[in-house]
Design a binder for this molecule. Sequence first.
Ligand SMILES: NC(=O)c1ccc[n+]([C@@H]2O[C@H](COP(=O)([O-])OP(=O)(O)OC[C@H]3O[C@@H](n4cnc5c(N)ncnc54)[C@H](OP(=O)(O)O)[C@@H]3O)[C@@H](O)[C@H]2O)c1
Length: 319
Amino acid sequence: MTTPTVKLNSGYDMPLVGFGLWKVNNDTCADQVYEAIKQGYRLFDGACDYGNETEAGQGVARAISEGIVKREELFIVSKLWNSFHDPERVEPIARKQLADWGVDYFDLYIVHFPIALKYVDPSVRYPPSWTSENGKLEFSNTPIQATWQAMEALVDAGLARSIGISNFSAQLVMDLLRYARVRPATLQIEHHPYLTQERLVEYAQKEGLVVTAYSSFGPLSFLELEVKNAVNSPPLFEHDLIKGIAEKHGRTPAQVLLRWATQRGIAVIPKSNNPTRLQQNLDVTGWNLEEGDIQKISELDRGLRFNDPLGYGLYVPIF
Ligand SMILES: NC(=O)c1ccc[n+]([C@@H]2O[C@H](COP(=O)([O-])OP(=O)(O)OC[C@H]3O[C@@H](n4cnc5c(N)ncnc54)[C@H](OP(=O)(O)O)[C@@H]3O)[C@@H](O)[C@H]2O)c1
């Protein structure tokens, strides 16, 4: 199965559906990436913080060596972790991440959070995570503008074809667009029916940024992390509205949630450890929901954010 693409402001095409690699286990990651490529996935959403870029790269290498896919047919996404915002750290860490993946350019390299933390030497701790060994959050004074200029230099050097941002508010996007020489191609945000962020989505799309939704299934991904408001939220898959729409179309609730996004031009990157669900998640573009149903799903919005540093006990009140 192939997936449609969306044109980025950098001129490159990005698949509208990809495979998110957060919490994909190290011991299975290479096989899962390889299987996903066989199933038709072309976009892989990785990050330093997920701690599995080497394994993901092994899956890619196997698929390429077997002639299943060529590098240029893949769209590999990675992210700049918070500890590497100081401008002189950006290129070296991007090069390390490229080496981990075994590729010589990223299709898209994203600033993971608008939060600069103190540098951590990768030989000492990698991925660095949020806190130091003593459990403390240590910030860097680097402003986003300086980090963004270093991101732009990655494009100049051919190490990233497009660059993007994640977890940015509209105010931060607005500010960044004032000075960006290379505009961000995408904005990756938490987006599901309990957190629709309509104003932010509309603003980003108006400015020509493609919005990518993460955690499309809402609370589900956060149950294993015991995030309190996720544990206390009704599961979206069992919501009568979602179930009813799924039955009407002969689809699963997961597919309805993904189609609700893709039908509005929002890219999705669901994660699954299960081959059947992986296949299902890719089939979320060639059929349509009724506009009225899309509206009804959007009305489930409760401003419920699950991926909030505060929810993990980290005092970073960015949202
Ligand atoms: N930029 C950021 O700050 C940020 C933050 C969070 C996530 N992300 C990215 O977004 C990706 C997706 O978000 P996410 O990992 O939070 O979670 P998600 O894709 O919303 O949900 C994953 C959960 O849903 C289950 N699942 C997947 N497909 C299913 C299906 N068809 N039917 C039933 N259950 C299904 C998975 O279980 P099984 O594995 O057992 O199928 C897993 O428990 C991440 O992997 C990552 O790449 C980015």
